[in-house]
Write a protein that binds this ligand. Structure first.
Ligand SMILES: *Cc1c(COP(=O)(O)O)cnc(C)c1O
Length: 475
């Protein structure tokens, strides 16, 4: 080590001195002492390594103490924020699995807080004064909404599929069309789930075409059930043939075999009435006489993560008796949020107005445009004129493997700043509090307004204005 380096390293503040400095400030007092010490040690060590790596000719005579303080403060702020945190979804994908799928309705949030804050009758039968079942709470409302005889809620739809296969077909064959062996989000592949559940997959037909006789020819003494899987996140188009649920149910009845549909998303509202593609509702699926319908709580339903199994009481009771149900049971917060969400569906206009997922899905493009115009106007007032803020028409998606064909007309803000390439702006917005997730298209950052919650608009503007004001410092 030469003199210049030695001279500079001698100026590095001591750990105790830095602790004392930060104890005088809010950010230092908020952190537990152990965390504060650890962060200081870490940043000091990194600084030391950095200084040593400098060529001697460039070593400054005076150490930048303020720079060090900033770095420590920044690291401290990072340790203070939770790892799982809310963010603003400006991606234009409504049911974004990576971004937590469905934000909940106010009524659901209230009920979750209410049940979480107090004791509850989770597994207590108040009328009988004895132990009850957590599975009793949602059965009534699910029967009312879907017309099903019985219902069971588990942790998620993957769990509902797994439980159904394990209960009804362990060691036996399940007949599924080859065109429906879907993979959802990498970790859920129908053939893999089937194997793990102990059921034996019997694929029939070709990828593009499956006929009724394909199913019928595969039926034998080992057949436990017939299954239809909603091809959630893709469509096979062109020269295709898929057997409808009603035909499959008729075949099941002919051979006394249960028929199960994994509907994936599952909805209670006929979206074709709101200008969207026709998706069979849970009620319509059940009307075919299918024995069980399985679907998610947090896709098109717009509730918390859950898996719902509705249908024939004989089979729902079998599911309930499987010891695996204990491992897949939903917690009380899920039940509270789901019940409140389901109650909103008793009145369709109320559901559409109160459930954020449905609101975003059905908001007319004109309204999205008005919101985008207002956001652009307010943002222009808060940033320097070198940032160009404009509106572009774009296309939002439903996501979550739901309605994959649908392109929802939408409007996005684009920001163009001379010092900021779009990808850099995009990255910087991942570091703000809260982060904002947009998308880069043709070297432009797009912030789709359809998926920005109205109650987040003010925060969205503050975050953007703050970032663009500091743009010199960052770029
Ligand atoms: C999404 C989906 C699942 C998995 O549901 P989760 O609630 O995410 O567990 C299963 N099957 C189909 C067809 C799906 O679309």
């Amino acid at each position: 080590m030469d003199d210049a380096h030695r001279q500079l390293l001698r100026q590095l503040p001591k750990v105790d001195e830095l602790i004392e400095h930060f104890r005088q400030q809010a950010i230092g007092r908020q952190a537990p002492r152990r965390v504060l010490t650890q962060v200081i040690r870490q940043v000091l060590e990194q600084t030391r390594q950095r200084l040593l790596a400098w060529p001697s000719a460039e070593v400054p005579a005076i150490f930048d103490k303020v720079g060090l303080w900033h770095e420590i403060a920044e690291q401290l702020a990072k340790t203070q924020r939770p790892h799982l945190m809310p963010l603003i979804n400006a991606s234009g994908v409504i049911i974004h699995t990576n971004l937590g799928r469905s934000p909940l309705a106010e009524a659901a949030l209230e009920q979750i807080v209410n049940v979480a804050r107090h004791y509850s009758n989770l597994e207590y039968d108040l009328a009988a004064g004895q132990r009850g079942s957590r599975h009793s709470h949602l059965e009534h409302i699910l029967r009312e909404l879907t017309g099903a005889e019985a219902a069971l809620v588990v942790n998620n739809n993957a769990g509902a599929v797994f439980l159904t296969l394990n209960t009804m077909a362990r060691g036996r064959e399940v007949i599924v069309s080859r065109g429906q062996l879907v993979e959802i989000g990498g970790s859920f592949r129908m053939p893999d789930v089937m194997r793990a559940s102990g059921a034996i997959l019997r694929e029939v037909g070709a990828t593009n075409k499956t006929h009724l006789y394909d199913y019928e020819n595969a039926i034998g003494p080992e057949t436990a059930m017939l299954m239809k899987v909603h091809t959630s996140n893709f469509r096979i188009t062109g020269f295709t043939k898929e057997i409808g649920l009603a035909e499959l149910v008729a075949l099941g009845q002919k051979y006394s075999l249960p028929v199960v549909e994994d509907l994936g998303s599952g909805c209670f509202i006929d979206f074709s009435r709101y200008g969207l593609e026709k998706e069979p509702t849970v009620t319509e699926a059940l009307a075919t006489g299918v024995d069980l319908v399985l679907f998610s709580g947090d896709k098109l339903l717009g509730g918390p993560q859950a898996g719902l199994a509705v249908g024939n009481k004989i089979y729902v009771d079998q599911l309930k008796r499987n010891p695996l149900t204990r491992a897949l049971r939903p917690d009380k917060l899920t039940l509270a949020g789901l019940e409140a969400t389901l109650r909103l569906y008793r009145d369709e206009p109320q559901a559409l107005a109160a459930i954020p997922t449905l609101r975003m899905l059905t908001q007319p493009a004109g309204e999205v445009k008005r919101r985008a115009q207002s956001l652009a106007r307010r943002l222009r007032r808060r940033v320097a004129p070198e940032t160009q803020i404009s509106l572009v028409p774009t296309v939002a998606r439903v996501g979550g493997g739901s309605l994959p064909q649908i392109e929802l007309p939408s409007w996005a803000l684009t920001l163009v700043h001379p010092g900021w390439p779009a990808h850099k702006l995009d990255r910087a917005l991942h570091e703000t509090t809260p982060p904002v997730i947009g998308r880069v298209e043709h070297q432009k950052l797009l912030l789709d307004v359809r998926t920005i919650l109205p109650e987040d608009e003010a925060t969205f503007l503050t975050v953007l204005a703050g970032l663009l004001r500091n743009s010199e410092a960052i770029s």
